[in-house]
Design a protein around this ligand. Structure first.
Ligand code: SF4
Length: 699
């Protein structure tokens, strides 16, 4: 079977030309199938008496897959030509390019390859240069391409783009049959097209005259070849079909050399076309893409990051506007990273079931997904949610669904509800952290600047966002807050509600739980609301904890009672109980997390151990909060090689690490996982250090 693609700018007459070519091929004994690939579905009109036929995409929308048959979308037209129209969405919604892909898949599944056709002609709109409309240009779909153009610049511009598409798929393979000049009667038209053909390395295979007989035949719903076979117009079509048959018999085709912008300007101005920079056959990746090819996509896509952030709002339904597979991946990621918080004792209430999906399918991807989005938001409202956040995915982003309009309609229909749209569009707008940041930006922007601080309340900022808290850590934090009788106003962002985020400024003091990101959030809150906040960092170890108790007393005006002396005696008791185990031991520290480790250096020293190395994996230019007091000991760029070298020369009794260490590290080592705040979690960790040292001594 020979597959032929006829491309051209919209309105240039390619459908008329396609129908005439199909008919004449059929009259010469070929079994021809013509597939119209234009949403306005009028390619085969002149072959079926001027009427219209059911399109493949309408059929896909209306008929379940198991009931579909090729006969339902294929009409036999003049000369026995098998006529199919792919169809597509209305202008302004959905994705017609995606529609072409689906139509091709559907026709193939319905058995078009077994229809007996020996020529299959695709009539394709050539203005659009997206991947969907380029499907018929692919090597497996088109053995040869005919471009229909007039001498007008925009038509030649479209022809040039079609040539670029051919080169992209097959840079060196000759697949261009030639150009059909469909005359518009413009002065100098033929000369302009000849210059274009010559400059692009191809040929004009027919000059079709501007002939009123075309209009007469079309008015009657027929092709000019059928109604006026002896006309000049029919003779021109004969020339096209002659050339196609030659090619089918093995005659050479052309490799087009599309023009660059400067050359197109020369063509338009009637100047000599300069040599110019030819469009390269293989357009290299942009530097941005190249920069991304070497590293793993961090933690999935921006949509996933947005869902992970929003799902932590108990009162908010998160609507993933995309295929079910997207929501499945995001839900799985959520379960595997956040579920521990709710099932592991960090929070009292079970995890909310608040992730919805619009389950976009082929139909909504082609014809637009606004309907299924509106339905899903209504479902969430029916389930009791009055806050609904929509997260766009690759599919809804690419087809350009107007989610903001759907959100406005939703709010108009439900005055007691609020809708928010996060335009993450999957990977297109960045990675996981970009999605989270987008949500944080929206949340921070929603903070009510008029809320006044309420004494005795606290905000917890940057909680388990990037550093999941253990039940023990959560219990210690709860105990620390209870020293002052403080209650939580808002957790940004865990186990909270949209309402508490809005009343963020009602918290009298902000405690930053995560040294890496919480400070950024805090700064943004202040920048957006203009409020000056009282901020306390979360302490670890005795010295920081004592400082924190005093600071909290100062900012809240509340006493800490005898907590300072209790903590001091607990800490000192531990030191005296374990000093024997640590005395004289050589300990090496290696970290990649810029958390403050001063307390550990101090405690090892109090216990009589020697810190022989204090290494930070990253460079000195990275933000480094590893130490405030022991910077003189710190060395940067401390990686596997350095760890190995130190083993040879320093022989530490124990390596404490949270980075990758050499696979066969010969010494005693212990990973520092999430240690936790206050007094008890660090003491529990030091207990495990004592165990590791004891084990090492016994070996
Ligand atoms: S990258 Fe796109 S397709 Fe994949 S999960 Fe994210 S939104 Fe869905």
């Amino acid at each position: 079977m020979f597959q032929l693609a006829v491309y051209g700018k919209g309105g240039i007459g390619k459908s008329t030309m396609s129908a005439n070519i199909s008919l004449m091929l059929a009259q010469r004994g070929h079994r021809v199938m013509q597939i119209g690939c234009d949403p306005k579905h009028d390619s085969t009109r002149l072959l079926i008496g001027g009427g219209s036929q059911r399109t493949v995409l309408d059929y896909v929308r209306e008929v379940p897959e198991r009931d579909r048959r090729l006969e339902d979308v294929m009409v036999t037209g003049s000369g026995g030509v098998m006529c199919i129209e792919s169809g597509g969405p209305e202008p302004g919604i959905g994705c017609a390019g995606r529609g072409i892909l689906t139509a091709f898949d559907t026709i193939r599944h319905l058995g078009a390859d077994g229809s007996g056709a020996d020529v299959r002609l695709y009539d394709v709109l050539g203005d659009v240069v997206c991947g969907g409309f380029a499907v018929p240009l692919r090597e497996e779909n088109a053995d040869g391409v005919v471009i229909v153009t007039s001498g007008e610049f925009m038509s030649l511009y479209a022809a040039n783009n079609i040539m670029k598409g051919i080169r992209r798929f097959t840079p060196d393979r000759p697949r261009l049959i030639g150009i059909v000049l469909n005359s518009r009667g413009v002065e100098g038209e033929e000369a302009a097209v000849r210059r274009f053909a010559e400059a692009t390395g191809t040929r004009i295979i027919a000059v079709v005259p501007r002939d009123r007989l075309f209009a007469s035949a079309e008015a009657a719903g027929h092709t000019v070849c059928e109604m006026f076979p002896d006309s000049e117009a029919a003779s021109a079509v004969r020339g096209i079909v002659d050339r196609i048959e030659e090619v089918m018999s093995g005659a050479a085709m052309d490799v087009p050399r599309p023009l660059d912008d400067d050359q197109m300007s020369d063509l338009a101005a009637g100047r000599e076309i300069r040599p110019g920079n030819r469009v390269p056959a293989d357009v290299p990746l942009c530097t941005g893409c190249e920069a991304h090819t070497g590293w793993r996509q961090k933690y999935s896509c921006a949509s996933c990051g947005a869902v992970m952030a929003l799902a932590r709002l108990r009162d908010t339904a998160v609507v993933v506007h995309g295929p079910r597979s997207c929501a499945y991946l995001m839900d799985s990621a959520y379960l595997s990273t956040v579920a521990d918080l709710y099932t592991g004792g960090v929070y009292d209430d079970p995890m909310p079931d608040n992730i919805y999906c619009t389950s976009m399918d082929d139909s909504s991807a082609i014809f637009g997904g606004a309907g299924c989005l509106a339905d899903t938001m209504d479902d969430a409202y029916g389930d009791g949610f009055r806050e609904v956040a929509v997260v766009t995915t690759c599919v809804s982003g690419m087809i350009g669904d107007d989610c903001d309009a759907v959100a406005r309609d939703f709010e108009a229909a439900h005055p007691d509800a609020r809708a928010t749209v996060v335009h993450t569009d999957g990977v297109i707008n960045g990675d996981y952290f970009d999605g989270m940041d987008a949500v944080m930006g929206i949340l921070i922007g929603s903070v009510d600047p008029s809320a006044a601080p309420v004494p005795g309340t606290v905000n917890l900022v940057g909680s388990s966002f990037f550093d999941l808290q253990s039940p023990e850590a959560a219990a210690e934090l709860g105990r620390m807050l209870s020293v002052f009788g403080l209650r939580v106003n808002c957790r940004l962002l865990d186990d909270t509600t949209m309402g508490s985020v809005r009343s963020f400024l009602g918290g009298s003091v902000d405690v930053l739980l995560n040294e890496e990101r919480a400070a950024d959030f805090e700064e943004e809150v202040m920048a957006v609301t203009g409020a000056s906040r009282r901020v306390m960092r979360l302490p670890t170890g005795l010295d920081e904890y004592v400082g924190w108790l005093r600071g909290m007393s100062e900012v809240t005006g509340l006493p800490s009672g005898d907590e300072e002396s209790r903590a001091r005696s607990r800490w000192e008791g531990f030191v005296s109980d374990h000093r024997e185990t640590f005395l004289g031991k050589r300990v090496s520290l290696s970290t990649v997390i810029p958390r403050n480790m001063d307390w550990m250096v101090d405690m090892l020293s109090d216990l009589g151990a020697e810190v022989v190395r204090f290494g930070f994996t990253k460079g000195a230019d990275e933000r480094c909060g590893v130490t405030a007091r022991h910077r003189d000991m710190l060395i940067y760029d401390y990686g596997k090689r350095e760890i190995s070298a130190d083993w040879e020369t320093l022989h530490p009794d124990l390596l404490l690490y949270d980075v990758d260490i050499p696979d066969r590290y010969p010494g005693n080592s212990l990973r520092m996982s999430r240690i936790g705040p206050g007094i008890e979690p660090p003491l529990r960790f030091m207990e495990s250090v004592a165990d590791a040292l004891s084990r090492g001594c016994g070996e």
